[in-house]
Design a binder for this molecule. Structure first.
Ligand code: NAP
Length: 245
């Protein structure tokens, strides 16, 4: 029960890595708010674990402020923020549109900024907080992902900066950077490339030293570690979770 009496807000919690994280935090005692773009996936995850479901577009400031106020009112001040909301709009540079760029930067980078800024208020008051942002191995560069790679590298810089600013309030800020994880996001990539998902997964696994792709639970357990007091002296770091170095 590492998260007994803690309040955790998980964005993008209706699917994939966010859903696995919300379930794990709840199973260890946290009062969880599951936020997603639409209420239906948020509710599907939240209801069975007794969590609060909130619909929120993280790229819209009014939505984020409303979500954070609601969580504070219904569950108490926020102790843990995990930002999993994410999209991909892959294309080679010469084909990447302004809309592809803006949608990805707004969701990952602006969305995380808005959530962190809104959530820090109650963390500073409590002199306690854990923030974990979802980065990616794509932060190191990945063909067709100029927008996503820039956003994911940006999140690492943002986490390091917030770790410096918020450390004096006993707030830890870190990023987790997964490799290939089996979710709707990687399924969509296979579809876009015209590949069968099973073949796509086998190809990815063959490139990974541990010879398997990740599951959302593989990432959730590392996020939970960074949300726990076991990692209370770790801040401003990125942990790559990709089955290899
Ligand atoms: P996923 O299954 O597609 O889940 C992403 C969630 O984010 C979806 O529930 C989606 O909602 C939600 N979302 C999208 N735009 C949003 C917005 N503007 N406001 C609020 N919620 C929004 O993806 P995932 O694979 O679990 O990814 C979770 C995070 O891990 C992402 O940041 C992703 O970039 C990162 N990551 C994933 C992988 C991987 O291999 N899967 C690898 C590295 C990093 P709807 O479905 O309702 O649209």
């Amino acid at each position: 029960m590492r998260f007994k009496d803690r309040v955790a807000l998980v964005t993008g919690g209706g699917r994939g890595i966010g859903a696995a994280t919300a379930k794990l935090l709840a199973s260890e005692g946290a009062r969880v708010a599951v936020s997603d773009l639409d209420e239906t996936p948020a509710r599907e995850v939240a209801d069975p674990i007794g969590a609060l479901a909130v619909a929120c577009d993280v790229s819209v400031r009014a939505d984020v402020d409303h979500m954070v106020e609601l969580v504070e009112k219904k569950l108490g001040g926020i102790d843990i923020l995990v930002t999993c909301a994410g999209i991909i709009r892959d294309n080679l540079l010469f084909k990447m549109t302004d809309e592809d760029w803006d949608a990805v930067i707004d969701t990952h980078l602006k969305g995380t900024f808005l959530c962190a800024r809104a959530a820090q208020r109650s963390m500073v008051d409590k002199k306690y907080g854990k923030m974990v942002f979802l980065s990616s191995t794509s932060a190191l560069g990945n063909r067709g992902q100029a927008n996503y790679s820039a956003a994911k590298a940006g999140l690492q810089g943002m986490a390091r900066t917030l770790a410096i600013e918020l450390g004096q309030f006993n707030i830890n800020v870190n990023t987790v950077a997964p490799g290939f994880v089996e979710t709707r996001m990687t399924r969509a990539t296979a579809e876009r490339m015209g590949m069968d998902f099973e073949t796509f997964k086998l190809g990815a696994a063959s490139q990974i030293p541990l010879r398997r792709i990740g599951q959302p639970e593989d990432i959730a357990s590392v996020i939970a570690f960074l949300c726990s007091d076991e990692s209370s002296f770790v801040s401003g770091q990125t942990i790559y979770v990709r089955g290899g170095p």
